[in-house]
Ligand binder design. Structure first.
Ligand code: SF4
Length: 730
């Protein structure tokens, strides 16, 4: 056992420093097993995939070995909530308890930071004429004088959805980079510098992929310098990655371009070009293009395998796209005539050119290697994406050749030479086999990189070989069978070491599964109503504490309306439905539960509540799932993946649809038991779980709960929960 292994085992043991200092910390075998596997991967390099059941304590299981190793690390999460929790709570607590001299940085996407250059221009934009805008801008300007980080989260009272937000923050499209007059004081760049100087950097998957595809937020510069990369909530990597690695063109991008061209043109080159006319022409083309996609209810994805999206008039579509291209060309010509006047015009011209290229791409036939679709809501968005992230991740995570990169004279680089810095950066990225097409402002990066590459391996990790990076992927749900193929195949991690750590909870004691035999099949028009009826019956006993997860928005609305109309004042139950208030407020209200003058709660929700909604304690004791969560038929991405699977001689149902349903079901069911003392019932209102042969596979994917065979047993179990809750047993 190595020194690091010994320190990890000791730290997580019953007599270790965590047991002595962290309130409520309990040693868990699963946590120690996972931590030892992480420790080994950190030392030897390679890829480790760990599915860690709820309650394992996976955050400490990877943080303890990573922090104790002294290696430079990147930790990526799917959500900002977990990102904040790691940065503000978990890592500082461990760093303090373990007494480690470690610098930690949080890196967010650029839209979270104040852009000094755009703030100075904001008063000239049409949006600043809106009521209240001048006052809000004055508040931002005052705050700008004192903020050190420029993190917009410090600024109370300005919502991310405010029309002012994009006026005072930047995008990759409108940032001037090293030609910006405020470049040295720029908060985005300062945040990146802090990240480069830190030992552990906490990011999120969106940022990670945004950077892999367009290298715009600093992560690409970080990546060559870190030895350990951890992806928590890794089950979301493929879907997030596919969205970022593809090509996109949207009416939102076109409208934003019009807004920026108009504001910049009127401020810096008024009268030289007819900015209003150029902007109006592109605005109109974008609106007509959206109309050409047809009228649809809500948001839909249109399949696109031919020359235009399915169901769209071919001539109208081609004309509309042609008009967009022509308007972009006119705008580009106008911008080119003034490009010498200010760097802003050069950047706007580049941005217009990029959008022109994308409109040309979408005028051609789809790439047969990927999938293309049109997303139609109030806006229109075209996407051409790879089917998964396998190729990208294979290239990224494969072991590096065991040789050092050439030593670099840091004195020369820090003196001046951006080319040298760029060359150094390219060297490092070449080692990753990644293309470099845009490098900006690397003068601060070069010394750090040279330092990393030319220094001997850290004394705290004498066993490590040069160039062997460690990649750790973890989540509570990564598949429905031991090899975790649902996760590893689309992520290109088929040769990774895989481990499953069981939840420490006693599901047979703590939870029960009920599949109501009397309900109609899910396709039956009366199904949602009967589900609502069953929920009403349960509420009459439990008095709330119920989460209803639906697979469609229609079912959510229908069940929500039924509960609203049938829960009378005497029941004292508050019916919460997703969409009626912001998600955070709904979650807070649900967690408060009933009692002490408050009504009990039932929450009816869809999509985003199936995962990441954590309600420990007796505020949640019943989870009702309306149907087996098979992927929606007709989804272009799902169909394209199914087709590829069939071309490989496999079954689209058994090898794709079923594992997808199993993972979603497991995630939904995972809302029920969140601590050792929780008790609850899972109801799946889809009797295919009992009657179809594939139902057994789905049940096997769930934690081993006891079964309630009939309705009487279900009602008894509900009464028992109520009795236990009243007597304080739960
Ligand atoms: S460099 Fe970009 S983000 Fe920074 S101040 Fe300038 S325009 Fe804004």
């Amino acid at each position: 056992m190595s020194l690091l292994d010994q320190r990890v085992a000791e730290t997580l043991s019953g007599h270790g420093v965590l047991a002595q200092t962290v309130p409520g910390f309990q040693p868990r075998q699963g946590q120690t097993d996972m931590a030892m596997a992480v420790s080994q991967t950190v030392q030897e390099g390679g890829q480790l995939v760990v599915e860690a059941g709820t309650g394992t304590g996976k955050t400490y299981a990877y943080l303890v070995p990573v922090l104790l190793s002294g290696q430079r690390a990147l930790v990526s999460t799917a959500t900002k909530a977990l990102q904040d929790q790691l940065f503000s709570r978990d890592i500082p607590r461990l760093v303090e308890v373990l007494g480690l001299p470690i610098r930690v940085a949080l890196l967010k996407g650029r839209s979270n930071y104040l852009c000094l250059h755009r703030m100075e221009q904001a008063r000239h934009s049409p949006e600043s004429a809106q009521p209240g805008a001048q006052r809000a801008l004055a508040k931002i300007e005052t705050w700008a004088q004192s903020t050190r980080t420029g993190d917009m989260a410090e600024l109370s009272g300005l919502d991310e959805r405010s029309p002012l937000w994009p006026l005072v923050t930047s995008t990759r499209d409108n940032c001037l980079g090293s030609t910006c007059p405020r470049y040295r004081a720029c908060h985005v760049n300062l945040a990146r510098k802090e990240a480069m100087a830190a030992d552990v950097v906490v990011i999120n998957h969106h940022l990670f992929f945004a950077d892999l595809s367009v290298r715009e937020s600093g992560v690409a510069e970080l990546l060559p310098t870190v030895r350990v990369t951890v992806f928590d909530e890794a089950h979301q990597l493929n879907e997030i990655g596919v969205n970022f690695l593809g090509q996109q063109l949207s009416t939102v991008q076109l409208h934003e371009l019009c807004r920026d061209v108009l504001a910049t043109g009127l401020q810096l080159a008024r009268g030289l070009v007819d900015w209003q006319a150029l902007s109006a022409q592109l605005e109109k083309a974008a609106r007509d293009w959206r109309l050409a996609a047809g009228m649809h209810r809500g948001s839909v994805r249109l399949r696109w395998t031919g020359s235009q999206p399915e169901g769209v008039d071919a001539f109208e579509w081609a004309d509309a796209l042609q008009a967009v291209s022509a308007a972009l060309l006119q705008m580009q010509n106008g911008l080119d005539t003034v490009s010498e006047l200010a760097p802003d015009f050069q950047r706007l011209a580049d941005r217009t050119r990029e959008l022109s290229q994308r409109s040309a791409l979408f005028a051609q036939a789809p790439n047969p290697e990927g999938v293309r679709w049109a997303e139609v809501s109030a806006q229109l968005r075209l996407v051409e994406a790879p089917l998964d992230i396998a190729q990208t991740f294979q290239a990224l995570t494969r072991p590096l050749p065991a040789k050092r990169l050439p030593p670099v004279d840091t004195a020369v680089i820090s003196d001046s030479s951006e080319e040298q810095a760029n060359a150094l950066f390219r060297n490092a990225l070449n080692a990753l086999d990644a293309p470099v097409d845009h490098v900006e402002g690397l003068e601060w990066l070069a010394p750090r990189m040279a330092d990393q590459m030319d220094s001997p391996p850290s004394e705290s990790s004498p066993e490590q070989g040069v160039g062997q990076r460690a990649w750790i992927f973890t989540s509570a749900t990564l598949g429905d069978e031991p090899s975790l193929r649902w996760f590893t195949e689309p992520c290109g991690l088929t040769s990774a070491q895989v481990m499953q750590v069981s939840s420490p909870f006693d599901y047979a004691q703590q939870a029960a599964l009920y599949v109501p035999p009397h309900l109609p099949r899910p396709g039956d028009p009366g199904h949602a109503r009967q589900v609502g009826q069953l929920v009403m019956e349960a509420l009459a006993i439990l008095g709330g504490r119920t989460l209803v997860l639906t697979t469609t928005l229609n079912a959510m609305r229908s069940i929500g309306e039924q509960l609203h109309s049938q829960c009378d004042a005497a029941m004292n139950i508050e019916v919460l439905v997703q969409g009626q208030s912001p998600k955070r407020r709904l979650m807070e209200r649900f967690r408060e539960g009933g009692g002490e003058g408050r009504a009990g709660c039932v929450l009816v929700a869809s999509a985003s509540f199936w995962e990441g909604f954590d309600v420990p304690g007796d505020a949640l004791q019943l989870v009702v799932i309306d149907k087996l969560p098979f992927p929606p038929p007709g989804d272009p991405l799902f169909e394209a993946r199914s087709q590829r699977i069939e071309q490989q001689g496999k079954s689209a149902f058994a090898d794709h649809a079923l594992p997808e349903a199993a993972v979603s079901l497991k995630q939904g069911a995972g809302r029920l038991i969140r601590s050792e003392t929780d008790r609850g019932i899972l109801v799946v209102c889809d009797n295919r779980l009992s009657t179809m042969s594939y139902g057994r596979r789905l049940v096997r994917g769930l934690p081993a709960m006891r079964r309630l065979e009939d309705h009487a047993a279900f009602l008894d179990a509900l009464r028992q929960l109520t009795t236990d809750a009243t007597s304080g047993k739960a």
